[in-house]
Design a protein around this ligand. Structure first.
Ligand code: ZN
Length: 353
């Protein structure tokens, strides 16, 4: 592709400092950009920034039904915004194509948290895709044949490699199973990741009942509604939940914010789920607590692998939120991909080296 053609492509894509990814002429994804249609890839806080502005200014808000359910259930859309949101929101199933103002859009499955998607836009014959947050495997479909791929860069530094990533699920299940023999286990993580952990435990045959506080319970109910197999799970503050707690044989799930208040007295064993661990899959923190490196993001190798499989004509590394965009871009350039970091100067010639 010639430089002039690449320059033409850049009219259809931008990333704002706020984190908004602008695709085509009318779409803003995961941030506010004064566009006609707001798209939400998933409910992590750094992807719902500017949602209230979008609710006021946009004509339509596009997301998967699971994401919409979570936004409402977790109280991320409040007060006067709630009714406007409900009027403008367009639930879009995965891989179903719709069109706004002659620009096609499709939500592509992504393995990250419940409801997560990638975004594929077709405008004036160009295909432009944004990965949102993802990790490889599972539901993640690689978008091939793109003119432009916008990719996340959370773990874009080559030092962020998890060599144990293919084994981490089994290691996690083994750790929890071993601890269960000693007493009840409490697992800490963020919304979405907790439900992934539940799904993994069930997949590997762990059948202890799950206990959880109200908010985690409500998110789990949505996960179940959208196809997660969670089996027996109970709200901590119900009679049944109380009975199970008294039985002493259960796994409890708590939001990450509770981890720092955990009691280290041997009544419970604690498992903390963290993406920021690269050396050991499981690390002992104290006699009663372990950190498990269960991440919902691609590590450096997976980011590169996505691009290598997708073979887009141009890669835009998204630098609108926390990550290592410049290191990832340098590595992709070294592998021969035409790569730009946005926000940043839209300078085309330096992509040829
Ligand atoms: Zn995320």
């Amino acid at each position: 592709m010639e430089v002039t053609q690449l320059a033409a492509l850049l009219k259809y894509v931008d990333v704002l400092d706020s984190g908004a990814v602008l695709l085509g002429r009318i779409y803003e994804v995961d941030g506010f950009g004064k566009r006609l249609v707001r798209v939400i890839t998933h409910v992590h806080y750094d992807h719902i920034v500017g949602l209230n502005e979008s609710i006021i200014h946009s004509s339509a808000i596009v997301a998967t039904q699971a994401t919409i359910d979570l936004l409402l259930e977790l109280g991320y859309v409040r007060g006067k915004y709630r009714s406007i949101f409900k009027n403008k929101v367009v639930p879009l199933p995965y891989n179903k194509e719709v069109e706004f103002m002659d620009e096609k859009i499709r939500l592509i499955p992504a393995r990250h948290i419940i409801g997560a998607c990638q975004v594929l836009v077709e405008v004036d014959g160009y295909k432009i895709g944004y990965t949102g947050d993802f990790k490889l495997g599972g539901e993640t479909e690689i978008m091939r044949g793109l003119d432009v791929l916008v990719i996340e860069s959370t773990y874009g530094d080559p030092k962020y490699r998890r060599p144990f990533k293919d084994d981490i699920e089994e290691l996690f299940v083994d750790q929890v199973s071993n601890l269960l023999r000693r007493g009840p286990v409490i697992i800490y993580g963020y919304h979405g990741k907790l439900q992934e952990a539940m799904r993994i435990l069930r997949k590997y045959g762990v059948n202890e009942p799950f206990l959880m506080p109200e908010r985690v319970y409500r998110v789990t109910r949505i996960a179940e509604k959208h196809g997660y197999e969670i089996g027996e799970y109970y709200n901590l503050r119900t009679n049944k939940g109380y009975m199970i707690k008294n039985s002493g044989r259960y796994i409890m799930f708590q939001h990450m914010s509770r981890a720092k208040y955990r009691k280290l007295n041997g009544d419970y064993y604690h498992v903390i789920l963290s993406g920021w661990e690269f050396n050991d899959p499981i690390k002992k923190l104290d006699p009663y607590s372990w950190l498990v490196a269960l991440s919902d993001h691609a590590d450096f190798d997976e980011l590169v692998e996505y691009v290598e499989q997708a073979q887009p004509k141009l890669v835009i590394v998204e630098a609108g939120r926390q990550g290592e965009p410049y290191k990832l871009a340098a590595q992709l350039k070294a592998k021969g991909f035409r790569t730009l970091v946005l926000p940043g100067p839209k300078v085309i010639d330096d992509v040829f080296e």
